[in-house]
Unconditional design. Structure first.
Length: 144
């Protein structure tokens, strides 16, 4: 069903081996969070550019997927203290939204109850993050 798929920020330690093998088997490239943040093999900006260049090869609509559990301290299904910043996520959404064929934004894995300070704090943080990400997508799409 997919002609192109690029996984940016894949966590090699939190994905099953068969998932990573399936990406390779179907020639769907990925750049891991380890290569970007831990080992600094590629900058965040260059990783996004690599993903965009690959996605431009498709003449089909593009969806932007963002797992909130990749964002540091975001109350999500897999809470992390070693991920991307919300500003990094906003930059990713902005850059990919500039592609004319990008048509939707899917923000997954938010879990307000996972906040260390409780549900109310989690709802506040998730609400703020979602509002920022959605507004970034809309503002960028309006400028294209």
């Amino acid at each position: 069903m997919l002609s192109h798929y690029f996984s940016l920020g894949t966590h090699q330690l939190k994905n099953a081996t068969n998932n990573l093998q399936a990406l390779k088997e179907y020639d769907f490239p990925f750049i891991s969070i380890q290569d970007i943040l831990h080992f600094r093999k590629i900058s965040w900006s260059d990783a996004i550019t690599t993903a965009i260049e690959y996605l431009k090869e498709s003449d089909r609509p593009i969806g932007i997927e963002l797992d909130l559990d990749s964002i540091t301290y975001m109350p999500a299904s897999a809470y992390t203290n070693a991920g991307f910043t919300l500003s990094d996520a906003l930059y990713y959404v902005h850059r990919v939204s500039l592609l004319e064929q990008s048509c939707y934004l899917h923000l997954a894995e938010g879990a307000p109850a996972q906040h260390p300070a409780g549900l109310a704090a989690g709802a506040s943080d998730i609400g703020n993050a979602l509002a920022n990400l959605v507004c970034c997508f809309i503002q960028t799409k309006q400028s294209v």
